[in-house]
Ligand binder design. Structure first.
Ligand SMILES: CCCCC/C=C\CCC/C=C/CC(=O)SCCNC(=O)CCNC(=O)[C@H](O)C(C)(C)COP(=O)(O)OP(=O)(O)OC[C@H]1O[C@@H](n2cnc3c(N)ncnc32)[C@H](O)[C@@H]1OP(=O)(O)O
Length: 280
C-alpha cells in the first residue's frame, strides 16, 4: 500500500517536469521544472547518443540558453534506453577531412568548456552505458547518479588505440585522483556500476529514475540557502586548473588531435573498431 508520504514524494518528483523549453534541436529534449527552475536535458540521438558535431553543438546551445534563461540547475541524461552516450561518434573521426575534423574537435572543446564551467549546479543522471566521451560528460557534472547496476562507465580510449586528451584525463584525476586514473586509463578500464561507486567515479547508485530524480533534488537542495554568486565563484576556483589548461592550449590541443587522428595506423584501428561494432 502506498503511504500518503510516498504518494506526495512521488508526485513531487514526477509532476513538475512539465514545461518544455525548446533546445532548438531534435537531438536534445529539455524540460524545465516550473516550480524549481531545474532543467532536465535529455540527449536523444539514436542509436547510441554518439557525440557528433551536431549533437555537441546542440548541447552547447542548450547550456548557453539555460544559463541565459536563469535555470537554477541542470540534470544531464539520455532518452535512449540503456545508453547514456557511446562517446564520440567514431564515424566523425574516421576518414574525416581536416576541415570537418577541426570543426568537430572545436565543437567538442566548446561544449566541454561550457559544461565544465557553468555556474549552474549540474547532475549527471546516468541511465545507461557511458564509455569514453559519455564518461567525460558525466564527469563534467558536479554530481553523478547511476540508475541500475548493469551499466559501465570509464575512459576506454586506449582499447581503441587512442589516448584520452589531457583535459579528459585531468577531469578524471580531479574526481578519483592520479593513481586510480593512471591505472584506469592505461588499461582502458570500463568500471561496473559497483566499481565506479566504490572508487568515487559515481556518487550514488540507485534502482530507478524516480530515485535518481529524488537524489538530484536533494543535491540541488544543498544550495537553497547559498548565494549563487558565492557558489559559482567557488566552483570556478575548484575547477580553474583543469579548465585553464584547455582555455590556454586550445590550438595546441586541436593540432595534437588532428595530427594523431590522421595517422594511417590510427585510422586503420578506428576502421576496424567501427567494423567490429557493426558486426555485433
Ligand atoms: C595515437 C593515438 C591518437 C589519439 C588521438 C587523440 C585524441 C583522439 C580522441 C580520443 C577520444 C575519444 C573519446 C571517445 O569517446 S571514442 C568512442 C569510444 N566509444 C566506445 O568505445 C563505445 C563503443 N560502443 C559500444 O561499446 C556499444 O555500442 C554500447 C555503447 C555499449 C551500446 O551497445 P549496444 O546497445 O549493443 O549497441 P551497438 O553496439 O549494437 O551499437 C549500435 C550502433 O551504434 C554504432 N556505434 C556504437 N558506438 C559508436 C560510436 N562511439 N561511434 C559511432 N558509432 C557507434 C554501432 O556501430 C552500431 O551501428 P549499426 O547500427 O550501424 O550496426
Amino acid at each position: 500500500m502506498t503511504t500518503v508520504l510516498q504518494h506526495v514524494v512521488r508526485r513531487s518528483i514526477l509532476r513538475p517536469f512539465a514545461k518544455s523549453f525548446s533546445s532548438g534541436s531534435p537531438l536534445v529534449d529539455v524540460q524545465v521544472n516550473d516550480k524549481t527552475g531545474v532543467a532536465i536535458v535529455k540527449m536523444g540521438r539514436a542509436p547510441v547518443n554518439g557525440l557528433n558535431t551536431e549533437l555537441l553543438g546542440a548541447l552547447n546551445d542548450t547550456f548557453d540558453s539555460l544559463e541565459k534563461n536563469k535555470a537554477t540547475g541542470m540534470i544531464l541524461s539520455s532518452s535512449i534506453p540503456n545508453i547514456y552516450s557511446a562517446g564520440l561518434d567514431i564515424s566523425e573521426m574516421y576518414n574525416g577531412t581536416p576541415e570537418n575534423l577541426t570543426k568537430f574537435w572545436n565543437t567538442l572543446q566548446s561544449m566541454w568548456i561550457n559544461l565544465y564551467s557553468t555556474p549552474l549546479p549540474t547532475v549527471a543522471l546516468i541511465n545507461g552505458n557511458a564509455p569514453a566521451g559519455g564518461c567525460l560528460l558525466a564527469m563534467s557534472c558536479e554530481y553523478r547518479v547511476m540508475v541500475g547496476s548493469k551499466f559501465v562507465i570509464g575512459l576506454n580510449e586506449t582499447q581503441l588505440g587512442l589516448f584520452a586528451p589531457k583535459w579528459f584525463q585531468d577531469t578524471m584525476v580531479s574526481i578519483i585522483g592520479p593513481r586510480q586514473t593512471e591505472l584506469a586509463l592505461t588499461s582502458g578500464k570500463l568500471f561496473s556500476a559497483q566499481e565506479a561507486l566504490k572508487i568515487g567515479l559515481i556518487d550514488e547508485l540507485v534502482a530507478s529514475e524516480e530515485e535518481a530524480l529524488a537524489s538530484s533534488d536533494k543535491f540541488f537542495g544543498l544550495f537553497k540557502r547559498i548565494p549563487g554568486y558565492a557558489r559559482g565563484q567557488t566552483k570556478n576556483f575548484v575547477r580553474a586548473e583543469v579548465l585553464d589548461w584547455l582555455l590556454k592550449n586550445r590550438e595546441h590541443d586541436t593540432k595534437v588531435f588532428l595530427n594523431s587522428i590522421q595517422l594511417p595506423h590510427v585510422q586503420k584501428g578506428l576502421g576496424l573498431y567501427l567494423q567490429s561494432l557493426k558486426k555485433k
